[in-house]
Design a protein around this ligand. Structure first.
Ligand code: SF4
Length: 501
């Protein structure tokens, strides 16, 4: 095979949309191009062996924050074993601040930004001349309506076993300084009717799990409604074989028409990723995040009470200007709204993001190695940041997992952040670990903690046992419903547990 498009995905279940977009746009070179997807953790020599077995002339790598180190090793091996193979890099991790990156120094060519048009052009020049003179090529951004869509390239195996990523638009009009999409300045939609036809074809081929990578699904309400209607029609036509859709939404923009559509989704069919990031207006202003906090909170509450959407709400710790007390207030405010999961992230300095401008003034110290996590700020010491990192990990295991639904309200009491931080510190002191704690051991520890906090030891054991047995005493909110058998078929496990809560 002449051209290989390769990447290392974070998991097997994550089918690379980016590579498929490139393949869909290879034009006359399509027959000479194939995908090669790997999973991080695979031995570099095994990856190189598989790549070279196809005897390629060009290999294009999709480079992301999660695979840059391993891809660098792969490219280094390739350059030793087969220096004649031309290596082209692309992807967000190499599109900014690329000078000096070891992987860029090893590669022959780099495409920054969009590769749909520029990658085939570059391949054509490498194969048929004249040879490209420049190493770095700024990706041409074609109107999305002119780009063939990649969805036919999802195989039967992808459809059966992997998450299908789809995009109705690219880019984001907002400018949150910690986010790479802040550089986009606007969002560009794909032609809606053509996109829905592609969804239709995927559904006909058996696809049921659709994850939208659009940065902001609810920007254009007319389009959002049309896409939602596609899923509602499928749910109505096939109630025993439901679809499941995941969207990222901005929380302060839910007009009534959208709410009316959302309300029609039955349990287990809709998931929203909602970015709050910080409830502190001064922090929001510092990082140029425009958000109406009151409206956002009201909408999250509405979604919890009036819809069956499964809500993941994101907060980021370590933003400039935010101390632990301010973060704790935001956390408690969010807990009170009762979303199913709070994704507690630690700030990362993604290459190219404007947040770097605050480095000196706010004492931001980032890990120089990917994923460039913040280590300390002028308001949060390294030791406290470590405590927050552990909090996030334990929160995921205990709260987001849905495995301690009965115990959690007791653990959190009337001061969720403070109480959970105490539990987190105690768990770490006991285990010296935040990973590889078996569920059984965690359950015992949670019971012990409750007893240490004054709960009768037998009652604590019984409470944790009720979680462990999968029995749940109280619904999370008035609108929560019990798991329905039909929804479980396509439902991620964690959501199924939350629905039972
Ligand atoms: S955080 Fe979300 S809203 Fe802000 S720039 Fe990024 S994608 Fe856009």
């Amino acid at each position: 095979m002449t051209i290989l498009l390769a990447t290392l995905n974070a998991r097997y279940a994550h089918a690379s949309l980016g590579l498929r977009c490139l393949l869909a746009n290879m034009g006359a070179l399509t027959a000479q191009t194939e995908l090669r997807e790997f999973v991080i953790g695979t031995r570099s020599t095994d990856i190189v062996e598989k790549l070279l077995a196809s005897n390629p002339r060009i290999i294009g790598f999709g480079v992301y924050i999660w695979n840059v180190d391993e891809t660098t090793r792969v490219v280094a091996l390739l350059k030793r074993l087969a220096p004649q193979v031309k290596i082209i890099l692309g992807g967000p991790e190499v599109s900014y601040e690329s000078a000096g990156q070891p992987i860029v120094q090893l590669a022959d060519y780099l495409i920054t930004g969009w590769g749909d048009v520029t990658f085939p052009l570059l391949c054509e020049q490498i194969l048929n001349g004249p040879q490209p003179l420049m190493k770095v090529h700024a990706g041409v951004q074609a109107p999305l309506a002119e780009l063939p869509m990649p969805y036919d390239l999802y195989t039967a195996e992808d459809i059966a076993h992997r998450t299908l990523y789809v995009e109705a638009s690219r880019g984001c009009p907002f400018k949150c300084e910690f986010c790479l999409s802040a550089l986009d300045k606007t969002a560009w939609p794909f032609a809606l009717d053509g996109f829905i036809e592609e969804l239709e074809k995927l559904h006909a081929r058996g696809a049921r799990l659709f994850k939208f990578v659009d940065r902001t699904f609810n920007l254009n309400i007319k389009s959002s409604l049309k896409i939602m209607q596609f899923f509602l029609d499928k749910l109505a036509a096939h109630p025993d074989d439901p679809v499941y859709a995941h969207f990222e939404v901005v929380p302060d923009h839910l007009p009534d028409a959208l709410k009316a559509g959302i309300m029609q989704f039955p349990p287990g069919t809709l998931q929203f990723e909602i970015g709050i990031q910080s409830f502190n207006p001064e922090v929001q202003a510092l990082v140029s995040r425009k958000q109406d906090n009151a409206k956002a909170a009201e909408n999250i509450r509405w979604l919890c009470e009036h819809s069956h959407a499964h809500l993941h709400v994101d907060l980021i710790a370590g933003l400039p200007g935010e101390d632990i007390a301010s973060f704790a207030r935001g956390f408690d405010r969010l807990v009170a709204l009762q979303p199913h999961e709070i994704q507690f992230g630690i700030l990362k300095r993604l290459r190219g993001t404007p947040i770097i401008r605050h480095t000196d003034e706010y004492g931001l110290i980032f890990d120089p190695a990917p994923p460039y996590t913040i280590l300390a700020t002028d308001r949060i010491s390294f030791a406290d940041m470590q405590r927050l990192v552990r909090f996030a990990r334990f929160w995921d295991m205990i709260a987001n997992s849905g495995r301690f639904a009965n115990s959690l309200p007791v653990l959190l009491g009337d001061a969720p952040f403070d109480h959970f931080m105490q539990l987190s510190d105690w768990l770490f002191a006991r285990t010296d670990a935040t990973h590889r704690i078996a569920l059984e051991r965690l359950a015992v520890l949670v019971g012990q903690w409750l007893a240490e906090r004054g709960m009768d030891a037998d009652a604590a054991k019984a409470l944790v046992a009720s979680d462990y047995a999968g029995k749940v005493n109280l619904p999370r909110s008035g609108a929560r419903v019990k798991t329905e058998a039909v929804a479980e078929k396509s439902l991620p496990q964690r959501q199924a547990r939350h629905m039972a809560a």
